[in-house]
Write a protein that binds this ligand. Structure first.
Ligand SMILES: Nc1ncnc2c1ncn2[C@@H]1O[C@H](COP(=O)(O)OP(=O)(O)OP(=O)(O)O)[C@@H](O)[C@H]1O
Ligand SMILES: [Mg+2]
Length: 506
């Protein structure tokens, strides 16, 4: 799209009471200071947007003279078609004109917005406009014309390992998501690694705190212990058989005691029997007994004495037999054996302890091994995430480099910085226009104008919008490259009244 300013009519616009300017392909505006050159530059932006050429709200009401109405008309030719835009200000009330027809603000603004983007138009019209915008706006405006390099092209420029790593990850996620995932991974793995390290340390301390069990291996301790256990078992079975033997000794002794008691009781019965009187009269009727009866009583006593003797003798014999049996037996005192068992068994105590400690040690060592494996695995995946994050960083740097190159290729003398490397190696967006390493804001007036012209030409080429460019204060610059589009140049000429000459190519 090509936009040309054909005619501008100013009525009571700032210092201009009434002036009509016809523009050519090139228009030279000359005159002394305060002749109203810059005011002409402001008029087209005022009609379009109500602002000066830097986009600041403008009140063009004359302050040096009385005027009822301020009115500006701008005749544009857009791709060969004319469009007349007008704006007037009367008692603080703005009226809009579209092809001389009074229009509502909304309608007017819609027409203007449809023509071209405001920032783009002002950037092309006034070479100082673009650098006056916020850097982020400048950056995005320039970058909208430069496509970002595709992942494959960036990967190609990266070291093999990083290339492979990211290429695989790109199948699932976008770069920003890869970064998020692994940044979070890294944070949690950092913590996990510290925890794993401290677990290993704690377990190792527990190992160190176990009493020293000497160099003997657990097998030899176990063998020694089973030897002792065997001895104890042997002695215990000896004790068992001793107990059994003593048991029968004791029961024999009890039997003997019992028989002895019976013998004693029998002895006590003897005098009664021996001294039993042979009665010669009946106990009840006191009648004397006859001889036959007396003999019978005597025989009865004799018989009972005989029985008594036989029984007594039997008891004594039984007792003596058992006594003889007892004599043959031995009562074994087990006290010593028990003590022996106790001593032997207690000699196993340190062994049992040592074996128990061996067991604890083995369990702890197993845990230490597991903890060390955990620690190693955690470190491995931590390092993996760190590697990925570094690769993401490197990718972004390469991507920035490529994009920078693409943008840079648009310029002849200027260099453009789109990224800035931070201390942590990450790339941060920035925007800096430089001429011979000097940032735009440090350039001289003429350097600044030249830089502005180069910038607006790049924007014009990229956007394919051709607009007039107003080069104000051109007296400060000796030479400059012919910009794209209609050129309006204003210069101070001492002692000269305002002269405007529009020239068309022949
Ligand atoms: N609202 C206004 N009403 C009347 N005059 C104004 C108003 N605003 C500014 N002026 C004056 O208009 C005159 C023209 O100003 P302008 O900036 O257009 O001059 P110039 O030709 O660009 O001068 P220079 O060579 O110094 O850049 C100046 O005297 C200025 O003070
Ligand atoms: Mg001026």
């Amino acid at each position: 799209m090509q936009v040309i300013i054909k005619t501008l009519t100013l009525k009571n616009f700032k210092s201009h009471r009434d002036i009509t300017v016809n523009f050519g392909e090139r228009t030279d505006i000359t005159g002394d200071n305060a002749e109203g050159k810059s005011t002409i530059c402001e008029a087209p932006s005022y009609v379009l947007y109500g602002t000066d050429a830097l986009g600041s709200k403008l009140d063009p009401t004359p302050i040096t003279y009385e005027a009822e109405e301020t009115k500006v008309s701008l005749l544009l030719e857009i791709d060969g078609e004319e469009l007349m835009l007008g704006r007037s200000l009367k008692k603080n009330k703005t009226t809009y004109y579209l092809n001389d027809v009074p229009s509502k603000a909304g309608e007017f603004n819609e027409v203007v917005e449809k023509l071209f983007d405001k920032d783009l138009f002002l950037s092309l019209y006034n070479p100082s406009y673009f650098p006056s915008m916020h850097w982020e706006k400048q950056r995005s405006m320039l970058l909208q014309y430069v496509t970002s390099p595709i992942n494959k092209d960036v990967l190609k420029l990266m070291p093999d390992e990083q290339n492979k790593c990211l290429a695989a990850l790109f199948k699932k996620h976008r770069l920003e998501d890869i970064k998020k995932i692994h940044a979070e991974n890294k944070t949690s793995l950092d913590k996990k690694y510290i925890a794993a390290q401290s677990r290993t340390k704690t377990l190792k301390e527990q190992v160190d705190q176990l009493p020293n069990v000497g160099a003997a291996p657990i097998e030899s301790l176990k063998a020694e212990l089973s030897q002792i256990d065997k001895q104890v078992r042997e002695k215990e079975s000896l004790l068992d058989s001793t107990w059994e033997k003593n048991q029968s000794y004791n029961s024999l002794q009890a039997k003997i005691r019992n028989l002895q008691d019976q013998v004693e009781m029998s002895k006590e019965r003897w005098p009664l029997l021996k001294n039993e009187k042979i009665e010669d009269s009946c106990r009840t009727c006191k009648r004397p007994l006859d001889e036959e009866s007396v003999t019978e009583v005597k025989a009865d006593k004799e018989s009972r004495i005989k029985d008594y003797r036989a029984n007594h003798e039997k008891l004594r014999k039984e007792r003596d037999d058992l006594k003889a049996q007892l004599k043959e037996m031995v009562f074994v005192d087990a006290t010593e054996l028990r003590e022996e068992i106790r001593v032997v068994d207690s000699s196993a105590l340190p062994l049992r302890e040592a074996i128990q400690i061996h067991g604890q040690l083995a369990r702890l060592e197993e845990q230490v091994n597991q903890a060390q494996v955990d620690e190693k695995e955690t470190l491995q995946s931590l390092n993996e995430s760190i590697f990925i994050l570094d690769s993401v960083k490197a990718f972004k740097a390469k991507e920035a480099e490529l994009q920078g190159e693409k943008v840079q290729a648009l310029f002849d003398t200027l260099s453009v910085r789109l990224f800035e490397e931070q201390k942590n190696g990450e790339m941060k967006n920035t925007f800096e226009i430089e001429l011979d390493k000097k940032p735009y804001r440090k350039l001289s007036t003429a350097e600044g104008i030249r830089a502005g012209l180069e910038l607006r030409d790049v924007l014009s080429q990229q956007s394919e919008l051709i607009t007039p460019v107003f080069l104000d204060n051109a007296e400060s610059i000796t030479t400059f490259k012919q910009p794209i589009g209609q050129l309006i140049v204003s210069r101070v000429v001492a002692g000269q009244e305002l002269i405007i000459e529009g020239v068309d190519a022949k």
